[in-house]
Design a protein around this ligand. Structure first.
Ligand SMILES: [Zn+2]
Length: 299
């Protein structure tokens, strides 16, 4: 038996609409200053360096990214923390009038694994109420801050009427985890890894050369195209709204556009496709943590 014939070792190919070969989603996590607020919670912060760098996002970066998307007719998926929508109340309506998707991304960009699930649920409800007040929409999608998730919170999302999640990486195309459709992300195609730099101790590297990142992302797109997966790009308002990265994004878009076999979609459309397609029955997993209370050797 070839490995491909065993569905528990190598899953069958994913089916895209209209016979397309792969899908592309451009997503933007509209963090602005929210992760800084979360990390500094309980303190009064007066040093403006990182705060102003992040506010560049809603002030300038976002408009430039959406303008670029508009030039190419791209409708993106925008994940917005509650506190960002609250601080900049024009943001969600602005995105909706341009046919973009808006979805949840925590309230204070809280890390789900670091707080009790009841608190995480309270933040989700607070965000849902705010989004409903600002847009009239409910049942939106969700992406976890910093892409961390717990089995308990997946259950909360399903119970609170969230339409899909986009935080995990268990397949390179959509799948079902417990009750929820998962539209997977991946670190390799996340701008923060290469360009996030705030001159703080949390920085891992200096900003990368966009030409090298472009080459890497094109390779990933070509590979994903070969395997028929989802090429999910994740960028940030305050990181990719900068000129050299916008130029890089334009080149990436130009490259992908040459391929007529690509399905350009928003993440909510990808999730909806998954839920009503034959893929639904084939890619289902249970959300299970790992029990590490195995017996250890005593010296
Ligand atoms: Zn984020």
């Amino acid at each position: 038996m070839r490995m491909h014939d065993n569905p528990t070792i190598n899953y069958p190919d994913y089916v895209w609409p209209e016979g397309k070969r792969c899908a592309v989603v451009f997503s933007l996590d509209l963090d602005a200053e929210s992760p800084f607020l979360w990390i500094s919670r309980g303190q009064t912060v007066q040093h403006l360096g990182e705060i102003e760098q992040r506010r560049y996002g809603p002030r300038q970066g976002l408009a430039r990214v959406t303008q670029l998307f508009e030039e190419y007719g791209i409708r993106g998926s925008f994940y917005v923390p509650g506190v960002v929508a609250q601080t900049y109340p024009d943001l969600l309506p602005f995105l909706l009038t341009r046919q973009h998707e808006v979805a949840h991304h925590g309230y204070y960009h809280e890390r789900l694994e670091a707080i009790p699930v009841a608190q995480a649920e309270a933040y989700l409800v607070q965000a849902q109420e705010l989004f409903l007040a600002q847009t009239g929409l409910r049942g939106l999608g969700h992406r976890a801050p910093s892409w961390e998730m717990t089995p308990d919170f997946l259950r909360v999302l399903a119970r609170r009427g969230v339409s899909y999640d986009s935080s995990l990486m268990g397949f390179d195309h959509p799948y079902q985890i417990d009750q929820l459709v998962e539209v997977p992300v991946q670190w390799m195609v996340d701008d923060a890894l290469y360009f996030r730099y705030t001159n703080s101790t949390r920085d891992k590297t200096h900003p990368a050369n966009p030409a090298a990142v472009l080459e890497s992302w094109i390779e990933e797109f070509e590979g994903m195209r070969e395997y028929g997966g989802l090429f999910m790009v994740t960028i940030h308002d305050w990181i990719s709204g900068r000129p050299q990265r916008l130029r890089m994004l334009r080149k990436l878009i130009e490259h992908i556009r040459r391929d007529p076999q690509v399905w350009w979609a928003r993440a909510d459309e990808v999730a909806a496709w998954h839920a009503q397609s034959p893929n639904r029955e084939r890619f289902q997993v249970a959300a299970q943590g790992i029990n590490t209370h195995f017996e250890t050797e005593k010296d």
